[in-house]
Design a protein around this ligand. Structure first.
Ligand code: UTP
Length: 295
């Protein structure tokens, strides 16, 4: 029987050290790109893919994500009494009526693999999506996860979203080598976490979008600490390759590495240039800036 992808896991319990001090009390996934936190873009991408259960792996002291997806009762009443219908709609749209939110605490930041394993009691025996909100993908259409779910419906196998990166940057990513294929997706032969450029099997990097079969949980259970002393999802996927096919899929769209300061700034500039309220004024500001002696 084919199973549908109805659940997405959002690991948001990382320390976010590259964004300190901004991330001392809030998760980096709450940092806004223009006017929306990263995590909201990620949840909207999941909803566009037909997913209705959002599972957040959070850490203590970072409760803003839970609050963001809760009903803001007082604020809604206040906006209602002031007849601010547009703002009220904006708030209500954060929590669509058919979507459920589940929060699980990761007691210690032991790594992405451990964070995903924490979702096991909620996911059970179903295939599921994993979205890392700090990798933001804009495709101008249905969204990256919708593309992957469509591919899953044809192939019924685990799929990793991948992108060609600068070969000098392999040590920041999980890197895959694939079998030759004329399609946009290809079977993964090798996956390794953060290889140095001189030993990297390719420059095809895994960038924060996964569809995984539940077989990954038994693999994660037995995965020890890997690169950086963390329990790595990549190592469990390497183990999964021994038992079942896993595909790499080069998705359509632009990926912004919002876990780095430069990527985050680029995302803000490019999303502002797409924003209906801002694009005209912001692009004329940028044109003036280029002509000025500040650059
Ligand atoms: P990163 O590798 O980007 O680490 O995690 P980080 O701690 O968030 O950020 P830096 O490198 O210190 O700045 C990749 C994803 O995995 C989650 C993070 O929240 C992020 O979405 N994660 C990582 C967890 O949920 N738990 C962990 O133990 C580690």
């Amino acid at each position: 029987m084919t199973k549908k992808i109805t659940k997405a896991v959002f690991p948001v319990a990382g320390l976010g050290t590259r964004f300190l001090p901004a991330t001392k009390a809030i998760a980096k996934e709450m940092l806004p790109v223009v006017d929306k936190p990263l995590i909201q873009y990620a949840v909207e991408e999941a909803v566009a893919a037909g997913i209705d259960t959002m599972v957040f792996i959070t850490s203590r002291s970072k409760n803003a994500i839970t609050d963001h997806f809760d009903k803001a009762y007082e604020l809604e009443k206040e906006l209602e009494s002031k007849n601010k219908a547009d703002l009220l709609k904006l708030l209500k749209d954060i929590v669509p009526p058919n979507v459920s939110y589940v929060f699980i605490r990761q007691a210690e930041a032991l790594g992405l693999g451990h964070a995903v394993y924490c979702a096991r009691p909620v996911i059970g025996d179903e295939p599921f999506a994993v979205i890392l909100a700090d990798d933001m993908v804009e495709d101008g259409e249905r969204g990256c996860m919708a593309q992957m779910v469509e591919l899953y419906e044809q192939k019924q196998t685990s799929i990793l979203g991948v992108e060609r990166i600068n070969p000098a940057d392999t040590a920041s990513y999980g890197i895959v080598k694939t079998a030759a294929s004329s399609e946009k997706s290809a079977r993964i032969e090798v996956i390794v976490e953060k290889p140095k450029p001189e030993v990297a099997p390719s420059n095809l990097a895994v960038v924060g979008r996964y569809i995984l079969t539940p077989a990954i949980f038994d693999k994660l259970k037995n995965t020890g600490r890997g690169a950086g002393g963390e329990i790595q999802l990549t190592d469990a996927i390497a183990d999964l390759l021994n038992d079942e096919p896993v595909l790499a899929y080069e998705f359509e769209g632009t990926r912004y590495d919002c876990g780095s300061k430069l990527g985050f700034l680029i995302a803000n500039v490019e999303m502002a240039l797409l924003h209906s309220e801002l694009k005209a004024d912001f692009s004329s500001y940028l044109k003036d800036l280029i002509k000025s002696d500040k650059l």
